[in-house]
Design a protein around this ligand. Sequence first.
Ligand SMILES: O=C(O)CCC(=O)C(=O)O
Length: 311
Amino acid sequence: MNGMSAGTTMRLTAGGNELDLSSDRFGFLADSTPLIPDADLLRQRMETDGYLFLPGFLDRNEVVAARHAICEELAKEDLLDPESPVDCAIAKKDLKTAFRRDIANNDGAGVLIRNIIYGERVMNFFSHFLGGEATHYDFTWMRTVSPGVGSPAHCDIIFMGRGTKHLYTAWVPFGDIPLHVGGLLLVEGSHHNEQVNKSYCTMDYDTACHNPNGKHPLVSAGFYESGAISDDMPELRNYLGGRFLTAEEYKMGDILIFSTYLVHGSLDNASDQIRLSTDSRYQLASEPLDERWVGEKPPGHGGESVKNVIC
Ligand SMILES: O=C(O)CCC(=O)C(=O)O
């Protein structure tokens, strides 16, 4: 389907900026399920589109069970509205939350999550797609995006590009996510933008200026210390061309795999619930891994991971 149907009154924002929903600027992700048996076709589609959207690829019941466990953990911390069913993940008033590495990487709900996203079905898919044994980062990113916010535009490679550059992200919704709940938003074709590839995508988030008062290298290059490429997604899309792409409704059981060079962020969460999803990374086991994200306790960003340079 292209754009929103005529006469729609829906208003969608990213970072507080309204999206133009006309059909040349906004559309829905293509379903790559029919290509699954043929790895060459999957690779061609990834090369062309920069993503593979596989609705219903995962076992929905397993995702529902993991969501339940996540919601129970949030409820125990008193983050949910006590008047609503726990599994609805309705946020307590004025709650601010966006990222919970502990939930995805610890025991409890984390085990259920990791059994899904690193289970046989997903790993076999990546081995088939990559044409060799696949592996994944040990670290898992869990998004618990509270009402009113979303994720800014970025490419993943700047956060996790110290190993192979042939690295892929899988974004998995742990809830059904219609447009107003703020799911992932891609900029169509942006993985082919030469200027982005030659500038922003060569940066490394954990590089710092050693000299006093030196700005963060990302800032010196015209980007943001947060790692964002822009703070205005619609303006960025105007510049890059291509449409914004998302799903009309992401469903539990869906998986969206994309290039770590593809510009993406999310729609703002305009609902009263916490938007739950994970993102995880996959590559060939034979290629170098980014040391920040592997091992029993991956060091992650900051600390020892920071490399000082003279700016
Ligand atoms: O879920 C989000 O809001 C952002 C996810 C993301 O940036 C990613 O999957 O790389």
